[in-house]
Design a protein around this ligand. Sequence first.
Ligand code: ADP
Length: 616
Amino acid sequence: MKDAQITARVAGVRDDIVTIRLEADERGKLFPLVKNEVVYICPTRTPDDGRQEFLQAEVLRVRHGEADVQVFENTRGVAIGDPVRQSGQMLSVTLGPGLLGEVYDGLQSPLEQIATQHGFFLPRGLQVEGIDTQKQWAFQPSVKVGARLKAGDPIGQVQEGRFKHKIMVPFAQVGEVEITWIQEGTFTVDTAVARFRDRHGDEKEMTMQQKWPVRIPVSQPLLAQRFSERRYPDEPMLTSIRLIDTFFPVAKGGTACIPGPFGAGKTVLQNLISRFSDVDIVVIVACGERAGEVVETITEFPALPDPKGGTLMDRTIIICNTSSMPVAAREASIYTGITLSEYYRQMGYNVLVIADSTSRWAQAMRETSGRLEEIPGEEAFPAYLDSSIRALYERAGLIANNEGELGSLTLIGTVSPAGGNFEEPVTQSTLRTVKTFLGLSADRAYKRAYPAVDPLISWSRYLDQLSEWYGENLSENWVNNVKKMHNLLLQGEEMQQMMQVTGEEGVTLGDFLIFNRAQCLDQVYLQQDAFDDVDGSTSMQRQQTMFALLQRCLFEHPPLPEKDTIREHFTRLTSAFKNLNYSAEGSPDYQRYWKEIHQLSGLVLPKVAEAEEEQD
Ligand code: ADP
């Protein structure tokens, strides 16, 4: 960038928005500048060490002869007349092997490396490569000289930890190319491993890395040219959390929103979802939270054991921006995280992105919009808030890549509405966009009913959308049964409300029974102890078994002629089911409680359970 031409000069500074005036070339024509291009502001006032700073900025608005750019750094000391160099590129990230396990800031600077080289904060105006250029990777070609390929086609692979990482023809490449040279061996990411001739007959070198602009989906050119194909999500992303998988499922390639009133268990829930979901790769975007929380995320998260073996960090990328970092970088960080995820999806992997929180991201957008003096919409958010949120969630999805392999990007965004007010614009726009809503409630958290997702306000459109999958993999009646049980919860709530007014005496025996059934369902199925090795995660197969048994037990029981006998029966049933939840499948304890539940309910033990018992 030192060599990049000076094409403009600073004409005004307002916080992180800098107005630049374009210079004219020798023929008197203004240098062209496009929206979203990256420019570098070079303050003439240098820091004490005499180093020339290059402050990265993105062009937001171009007028005749002038442009407004948002600077990703503090603009202290930037003065009128300071030179501006143009990069000729959009805000981009580097894609290639070495991304997994990294902790980045919103502009893909690796935080750990910065911390060891410069202390915790990156000195202003210094850029660090997103991918380690020293590390060597064993490249294995999968095509030969003469192969005719197109954008996104693999030319070979390297082993990145436990994953086969495909090296693909640059996504921006237009038309067919012909491989003219390719080499096997161990190289750094910036070494040429192949050459191809493009449709104009020009020969180009290919390394194992490529740049991609974060505001454009990686898959866009591939979908537009029909090399890859978008599919409808058709299977659930299983989280091993009963309440989610059974009642409010999220599809692989789907979208969900978690609103988190403070202390309602948002962090624990996110950790559980990232740990136990049946996805290959997890990308966490910690956006705009307080520095303390972010430090918590990056120190605690890497240490979590991975149920698939190794540590969770081996298959995780963390993008983190604290509220003390400039707002512009915060706004960019979600796009950075999603772009990296799309890259792995294109290789055929299932990727989960957790964006925490999209409210802070939207606030960053609001601040920038305010500084640009745009006409504000509701609560001073920009008028394009709704379309920005929609565009963000549209980057989730299921895609068949160039080779027909399926990869998915599931996007779960948290919102942090001030004062738990769901009516505010960010929550409302998000709710109109996503297909699952996991409404964490402070009230349930207070009662220690974890996960504190309120079944009365939560919903998922995937239960119906994935009914074919449930029919084939669980049972014909799965969706109907789930709806029946959900209905029981709603009825139970109604009874509870009534009893709060009239007392137990005021309701009929039938109503009291409904209330007890609903309570039991809530306590033994919806509630799940995250800190127990067994109860912490329940496989779908176990959920199916438990669900079927519980459904029978709630509705089939010995005669219960009085409220006292109803209460007593369900207390015992609840306790036996809870004990079953804590017992490993097939263990003697499991057998014991399984039997106890059947005896309590007067059910005949199914043959399968007896056979298991004999083996024991
Ligand atoms: P938040 O991030 O919403 O402020 P946390 O996720 O840190 O809240 O949760 C607060 C506390 O609630 C945790 O320290 C833990 O004791 C309890 N908790 C939250 N979720 C669960 C859960 N699923 N199982 C058991 N305890 C939980």
